[in-house]
Structures are given as C-alpha cells and as structure tokens.
Design a protein around this ligand. Structure first.
Ligand code: HEC
Ligand code: HEC
Length: 297
C-alpha cells in the first residue's frame, strides 16, 4: 500500500491565516492607526502572502511511481506514448487531462480497470480504451502504481529528482530476440531473407498493432479484430494489405463491422512502406497455411 497522499494538499489553514492577517490589517486601519501601524500591518501581510506561496511539496512515492512506469511502459505506451502525451488516433494526452486532474485515485484506478467504450458519453475520440489497457494481468496493486505514474506525469514537481518519467519499454532480451528469429525462420520455411522480414515485422507489430489486435493477432474485445486465420488478410495480396493498413478503416466505413476505427498505419505515422510490408510478412505467418509473400519486396 502506498500512504502518500496523491492529490495536492488543500491549504485551508494557510488561507485562513492569510485572511486573518488581512482582516487585522483592515481593522488596524479602521482603528485609526498611524502610518507606521499600517506599514507594520502591510509587512505582516506581505510575510503572510509569501508564506502562503511556499508550497510544501507532497512528494509522490518514488517506488510507486517507478513501478507504475514499468507497467505503463508495457501496457499503456502503445496508445498513450512513452511520455503519456498520447499517439494520434489512439490514446489521449494524459499529461494535461482534466479528467485525470479531477478524479480521485480510486476513480482513476476504476476507469483504467474498466477502460472506456467508444459509445461512452465521456469518449470524445470514438476510439475505445480496452479494460486494463488490454492487459488482464495488471493487478489492483499494479493499477494503483500506474495511477501514481499518471499523477507524476501531471505533476512532475512532486517527483523526486532522478525518477524518470519516460516509460520506455524494456529492450527485448538476447534470448527473446533469438527465440523470435528462430520462430521467424521456421515460419519462413528456412528462407533467411524472408525470416528477416518476419522478425522485423514481429517487432513492429508489437509496437504498433498489439495494443488493439492482441498478442499473436488473437484480437482484443472492443478493439481490433482477430488477425489470426483472417479471411480479409487471406483475400488480399501484399500490396492490397499495404494499401489497407496505410488507409485504416473509419467507423463510418460501410465495411467496418465493429464501430471502432482502425487508425491509418495503426496510428503510427512513422511506419514506412517497407515496415508495413514486414508486418504483412508477419501477418502471413498467422494464417493456417502460412502462404508467404505473394508479391515480392
Ligand atoms: C488500445 C489503446 C489504449 C491503451 C493500450 C490504453 N489506453 Fe487509455 N485511452 C485510450 C483511448 C482511445 C482513450 C480516450 C477515449 C476518449 O476519447 O475518451 C483513453 C483514455 C484514457 C484515460 C482518460 C483520459 C481522459 O482525459 O479522459 C486514462 C486515464 C487512460 N486512458 C489511462 C490509460 C492507462 C493507465 C493505460 C495502461 C494501463 C491505458 N490508458 C492504455 C486508449 C488506450
Ligand atoms: C487503435 C486500435 C488499432 C490499432 C493500433 C491497429 N488496429 Fe487494425 N483494426 C482495428 C479495428 C477496430 C479493426 C476492425 C475495424 C472493423 O470493424 O472493420 C481493425 C482491422 C484491421 C484489419 C482488417 C481485419 C478484418 O478482418 O477486416 C487489419 C488487417 C488490421 N487491422 C491490421 C492492423 C495492423 C497491421 C496494425 C498495426 C500496424 C493495426 N491493425 C493497428 C484497430 C486497430
């Protein structure tokens, strides 16, 4: 548990003190004090005002912020970016969110746990946020830590020096890279060049598509469709898929069946055509008969 108060401490006592001094000053003038008295009153008031401006820092718990950053890195950055400012067409900017500012810690944790459906009245982007950001393994304790990290994004002045606020996903381990390369090579039937495309596509899928389409393309409720054994993919050649992924599919598109939008390039404008073709190579490995690249790169 984390005992640190996370919302700014209101300061009624300080305000009351300043008011009292101000009242004393007015009373003193009313009582016909001389110029000296007023000057003294003024300087007292000045001190009170300065005192009221000194904010005792209500530090956020560094441990909770750091743990929350790790969870945010793996689960939330796909849509909200590493700095929490959001990715276009995906998650909103959390650093200046009025909703975040106004919500209590409990309310915020509940919202993150429940996500926000596209038809929720609070939803202005018409893009759904999946419950727990799509990561069912986030525990209640994880959620509380994530809340602390989101608070930290909004109020960096309350974060101890040296605690990073950039949620960079951990680089894959050597073992993970080796395992992915081996899988890609198997999927490519031993073709090393294709294996390279697949390995690159797997990585790009993990950063740009997984948040909505789930690990290994299994899909995600309320978000992207399953891409595994998918007829739409099987019905298009590589150029057709490239064009589709570049365009996306708006909720207003008559072919859209979910009412949720597929953002252009999955919301990542930095993806080049070659990157997307690598992802296409990866998507081919998710189809049952694994037909490999139909048009060459
Ligand atoms: C698949 C994309 C996606 C993922 C992953 C995701 N979010 Fe969101 N999130 C969204 C979208 C889209 C919205 C805005 C919906 C709307 O327009 O109200 C949102 C809204 C929010 C809001 C409310 C912001 C506001 O101003 O109303 C919070 C807080 C939030 N997300 C936190 C998180 C956290 C924390 C995680 C990780 C545990 C996370 N999100 C993961 C897509 C995502
Ligand atoms: C913000 C969530 C989101 C992201 C990120 C995203 N998609 Fe989608 N995608 C969707 C949704 C929602 C649909 C289904 C729209 C509909 O109802 O037709 C979809 C549909 C698709 C389809 C068509 C499937 C079909 O059966 O019609 C393909 C292919 C696809 N996405 C590939 C990708 C790839 C590749 C990426 C990464 C570059 C990606 N998507 C990123 C939400 C997303």
């Amino acid at each position: 548990m984390n005992a640190t108060p996370s919302t700014p401490i209101p300061s009624p006592s300080r305000e009351r003190f300043a008011l009292a001094v101000a009242a004393a000053v007015s009373l003193a003038s009313l009582a016909g004090m001389g110029a000296l008295g007023i000057a003294v009153g003024w300087s007292q008031r000045q001190i009170a005002v300065d005192f009221a401006n000194v904010q005792p820092v209500a530090w956020l718990d560094s441990g909770a912020v750091s743990r929350g950053r790790e969870a945010f890195a793996t689960t939330c950055t796909a849509c909200h970016n590493e700095d929490g400012k959001g990715r276009p067409g995906l998650g909103r900017d959390l650093t200046n969110s009025a909703f975040v500012r106004a919500a209590t810690d409990d309310r915020l944790a509940r919202m993150i746990a429940d996500g926000r459906a596209a038809d929720d009245p609070l939803n202005i982007t018409k893009v759904a946020m999946p419950p727990r950001g799509g990561n069912d393994t986030l525990s209640e304790a994880d959620l509380r830590d994530v809340v602390m990290f989101v608070r930290a994004l909004q109020e960096p002045a309350r974060v101890a020096r040296g605690v990073s606020l950039v949620a960079r996903p951990a680089a894959p381990t050597e073992a993970e890279i080796a395992a992915a390369a081996e899988m890609a090579l198997a999927a490519a039937g031993g073709d090393e060049e294709l294996a390279e495309y697949i390995a690159s596509g797997t990585k790009l899928y993990a950063s740009s598509c997984i948040a909505c389409h789930g690990a290994a393309g299994v899909g995600m409720k309320g978000n992207g469709k399953a891409l595994v054994n998918n007829e739409f993919i099987q019905g298009l050649d590589d150029d057709g898929l490239l064009a589709f992924i570049k365009r996306g599919r708006d909720p207003s598109d008559p072919r859209n069946t979910t009412g949720v939008g597929m953002p252009s390039k999955g919301g990542n404008p930095a993806l080049s055509d070659d990157d997307i073709l690598d992802i296409v190579c990866y998507l081919r490995t998710l189809q049952p008969d694994k037909p490999v690249a139909t048009t060459g790169k």
